[in-house]
Design a protein around this ligand. Sequence first.
Ligand code: ADP
Ligand code: MG
Length: 585
Amino acid sequence: MSKIKILPEILSNKIAAGEMVERPYSVVKELVENSLDADSTRVIVEVERGGRSLIQVSDNGTGMSADDALLSIERYATSKIYKDADLFSIKTLGFRGEALPSIASVSRFTLETRDQGSSVGTRIEIEGGKIRKVSEVGVPAGTLITVRDIFFNTPVRRKFLKTVNTEMSHIADMLANIAAGWHRVHFRLNHNSRTVRNWTPVSDPADRVADVLGKEMKNELQRVNASDEIFSLSGWIASARISRSTSRGIYVYVNGRCVQDRTVQHALFEGYEGRLMKGQFPMAVLFICTAPDQVDVNVHPRKNEVRFLQQNRIHSLVKNAVSSVLNRSERNLFDNHPPPLRSYTPPLPTEISEPFSYFNPPLPKMSLHHEEKSFFSEFYPTSSEQSPLWKKKQFADLKFIGQFHGTYIICESGEGLVLIDQHAAHERILFEQLKNRASVKTRQTLLIPETLDLSHTENDILETLLPAFEEIGFEIEPFGGNTSVVKSVPALLTGREIRPLITEIVEKAAVIGLSAGIDRIKDECLMLMACHAAVRANQELSEKEIKALLHQLEECENPSHCPHGRPIWIQWTTRFLEKSFNRTV
Ligand code: ADP
Ligand code: MG
């Protein structure tokens, strides 16, 4: 007897479901995409218990006739492609004909639908892939799909479902991704009968984008528009100032399909070149349109990746468009406003008016950092002569020479030449002060409270973190929906922009996960606060300010590395310099 068997249809549907129906949000995604393919202008998503007990999507689209409804639940049944060639000119979001049968194979599934031409609708009930009942039903034109008890017959998958909050935030984020690209469609998301998202149709796509990214973004967005013979690019990018620590603020649409695309992301980064701090991501919404035969959408079962036929072309289009928008806006900024006069006052009253005295402070351990050693040894095999560093080990005793590129402080030590990264140094100082609770006790009430409009997920995280925020000196109150109000901030942050900091803290918490523990998250908060409050690179400092900075650095427990682990200073010994110039052997 042959060992090879053809799988029964229900089983093969379940296997397909394993690929595409990963979590409740993927069910919502497939159903919403079907609604959009059916030209709906209103899509309502109803979810209970994060999708565990109910996912329901209703639309006012074309609907289906009774025959089509029965066909739609068959594997590989699709109205979107008919012949081989169609696969290379796909204009719809769906085309694989797998979603409905896959979803129906792992849930209790009901389809109700009516097309404009039929006076009565069709209702099909399916349980774990088996059709239980087909009947006529009086329903409005359009389609309503109800998915109950997802994975009830695949218990292992059900176990992989995360908490209600996690599943819900995936759903809300995914819907936001789709909604940002379909501004004429009304989307509503209800959870446990409460409306959590409602995007009404708008005529200007910018309004929808601002609605999805948070209202405060609207003024920060700059228009991108470019095209060549193959591609047209439009959308918005935000200035590098409001970068994020994850790629979640990057939305890329190719012919209306929201995709993760490395080529476009890479080009976007290159467009921002030199403007983003390491590890930061820009915020951008980019729409790319091209002829369907220029892009292969059949790359991934979940259809969230594409392959461009002409990758280099789209790369340079995006990169050039982004960099020219940023260049232009920076030039304008400079033309319209004189560069702001920056003044920097170190946060603690350590400005030096009297000679500084020492009572044998604990000597910080200093040696060349590992990377620097290897850096030097690559060029001059003399690394062993770089350490130990200056003997007195006192930053306060350094002789100030000047500032380089508004970023590095140049000093002379007894041993040689020292370069200090001013941002890293100040970050370390503030971080330690914050940790020691010196400045957090003092709060500053904001004259005008700041409103924070976050995404659903971010707001959830913020609410969980409220006690931690309170402890480090913030006063933040929920305002209803996904909005919160910041009433006071730690005094240290007076005059600094608050929104980007809080968003970054929330994002960081999302990345490391709340389960990492509140202490770990609090430490991250302090690091970010220090980073936001610290002097920037490209900031001219007066000699007095620099001396104050060096004195404070002296007081630090770890004056060698910033809280993220970057080195604060490097030193070239006189001996090393002399050898390099062949003054000695
Ligand atoms: P695909 O979208 O890849 O074609 P699906 O399994 O998602 O496959 O859907 C099968 C077919 O059912 C679609 O091609 C479409 O004709 C029909 N269909 C599904 N959902 C809807 C809907 N909401 N409105 C109208 N037709 C739909
Ligand atoms: Mg589909």
